[in-house]
Write a protein that binds this ligand. Structure first.
Ligand code: SF4
Length: 424
């Protein structure tokens, strides 16, 4: 999400003829679009703020994003920050810069729970990519007990379809072949519209019918409760839909799921996964898992481990639990020791490697559509291409004579470190 919004901010400044430089270079204005989803993300955000201040003490330092939304009093104590702007003020950065005369720091953080309308920040350029994120939804009403997102992003709200189509057509005219639809709680797209005729499945159909130059569509992440027959139909009907779904599980223990306030149990989760696999047999399903949530004893962890192994996800993203201010899980008493969390994370990461290897092996011998993302000269002096398959396997094609952005069909031949080799 931050990547999309940072690119949109970059476009905003480019349109006003600002020169954009890499973060490590000396600049007159630094914008740090912070994250607060984990404690580690927050630590890194503050590290970047300090780095920017050190790089040019005369520069204007603007801090925005989720950390700014949540921690403006603490951030205002860091000497050198000129602007602290909440998530609702992010798209007015230029106005703040133009209208402020040396009266720093400017702190503008409005309560996000009152923001009911989708903001207007949008992407207009693509940089040098062939694949682009497209944000279609913001906010979440679910309040999982460990998650800060509803407090810093506000209630769920959807972008209007006309804006989305306009952005995608613009991106496709600049060479983008694949779009990744992005949202905080993507599957709730359209739930806040008074017109109940538009939802995620119907938006995808609209994109396919109106943006003909787009060759592939992927969803960033979707909650299991939002996967219904209509959405599965879209995957069945349109070959442009990438057979890859990222569905957060979080825990393989019903007891922990209840404590997390996740809106499903394992039996529901398994039923939907079975339904998806029955109708789209070759689909890759990846997931997020949180380890060390309060009350996760060895037995609950064992359940999680075995559940993941049985479901056979293609890959896992593993996050150790940490207390976040405002979150209800802080109040739970049976906290898990740091060393136990570390060990469980390691065990799940190892399982993820095994699952990912199995998944890639199952794909060897198959012919796949590959979107070429870069072409380089190999050690032998020939050109080789790097790209991804529709089901999200990173591929290397030796001896390649095409160009970046090509969509080619190639046979996956063997696993080669982080890549799978493919032959045209
Ligand atoms: S569904 Fe839960 S984890 Fe996801 S953003 Fe909403 S509150 Fe956070």
């Amino acid at each position: 999400m931050n990547q999309y919004e940072t690119e949109a901010l970059l476009n905003l400044f480019q349109e006003q003829s600002f020169q954009i430089v890499y973060f490590g270079e000396k600049a007159d204005i630094y914008i740090i679009n912070t994250c607060t989803v984990t404690r580690e993300a927050e630590r890194k955000s503050r590290q970047m703020i300090r780095k920017a201040i050190k790089q040019n003490r005369m520069a204007k330092i603007i801090v925005t994003g989720c950390s700014a939304q949540s921690y403006s009093p603490e951030l205002s104590e860091i000497e050198g920050i000129n602007f602290i702007l909440g998530n609702g003020e992010k798209n007015h950065i230029l106005k703040y810069l133009q209208n402020t005369v040396n009266n720093f720091p400017v702190i503008s953080v409005k309560p996000i729970k009152n923001v009911k309308k989708y903001d207007t920040l949008s992407k207009k350029h693509t940089g040098l990519h062939t694949r682009s994120l497209v944000k279609i939804q913001d906010g979440c009403n679910n309040f999982c007990t460990y998650c800060k997102v509803p407090y810093v992003r506000g209630p769920q709200r959807s972008r209007n379809p006309e804006d989305i189509l306009k952005e995608i057509i613009l991106l496709s005219e600049k060479g983008i072949k694949e779009i990744v639809l992005l949202g905080i709680n993507l599957g709730t797209y359209g739930h806040d519209f008074s017109d109940s005729n538009i939802n995620l499945a119907r938006l995808i159909s609209l994109i396919i019918d109106n943006c003909l130059k787009i060759k592939r569509i992927r969803l960033s992440s979707i909650e299991i409760i939002n996967i219904n027959n209509e959405l599965i139909n879209v995957y069945e009907k349109y070959p442009k839909m990438c057979p890859h779904l990222h569905i957060p599980l979080q825990s393989g223990s019903d007891k922990i799921l209840r404590l997390m306030n996740r809106p499903y149990n394992l039996s529901f989760f398994s039923d939907i996964i079975n339904k998806i696999r029955k109708r789209i047999p070759k689909i890759a399903i990846t997931t997020d898992v949180m380890v060390g949530f309060p009350d996760e004893d060895e037995n609950s962890f064992k359940h999680t481990y075995n559940y993941i192994k049985n479901i056979k996800f293609s890959k896992l993203h593993v996050f150790p639990y940490s207390d976040r201010n405002e979150c209800l899980s802080n109040l739970l008493i049976n906290k898990v020791d740091y060393s136990v969390k570390k060990m469980r994370t390691k065990r799940l990461l190892k399982l993820s490697d095994e699952l990912f290897l199995t998944f890639r092996k199952q794909n060897i011998g198959q012919v796949k559509d590959i979107l070429i993302e870069s072409v380089k000269i190999s050690q032998t002096g020939n050109l080789e291409a790097y790209g991804i398959t529709d089901n999200y396997i990173k591929v290397c094609i030796p001896d390649f004579h095409g160009k970046k952005g090509d969509l080619v069909r190639a046979k996956l031949t063997k696993i080669n470190n982080g890549y799978v080799n493919a032959l045209l």
